[in-house]
Design a protein around this ligand. Sequence first.
Ligand code: ZN
Length: 132
Amino acid sequence: MRLDHIGIAVNSIEEALKTYQSGLGFSLSDIATVEHQKVRVAVLPLGESRIELLEPTDLISPIRKFLDKRGEGIHHLCFKVRNLAEKLQQLEGAGLQRIDSIPCRGLENRKIAFLHPKSTHGVLIELVEEKL
Ligand code: ZN
């Protein structure tokens, strides 16, 4: 598996870009909204992977809940897999717990699934199917 991105929860993408773009020198490749997840995402390329700044668009956004509970910071790690359905089956066999029973669609309409942090030592892990 390879790292696809690191998701960072922020209160404001514009504020965070002052640090990540102007300060740390990352370039911004895109800002998009994933409607059904109530999140606005800024994409900052980082080698073969990227950083995603995640800003809630709604009070019921999971990112809003995370910010209220824990404040800004690393929200999840995302790994690329060849075949998502196969990988999920294998992980379930190994006792890892999924958050959604059916993979959903994330940014750029990619097929994604999340693993529950309870089963991954406290880290929310997202898996994304690689487009071949
Ligand atoms: Zn993600």
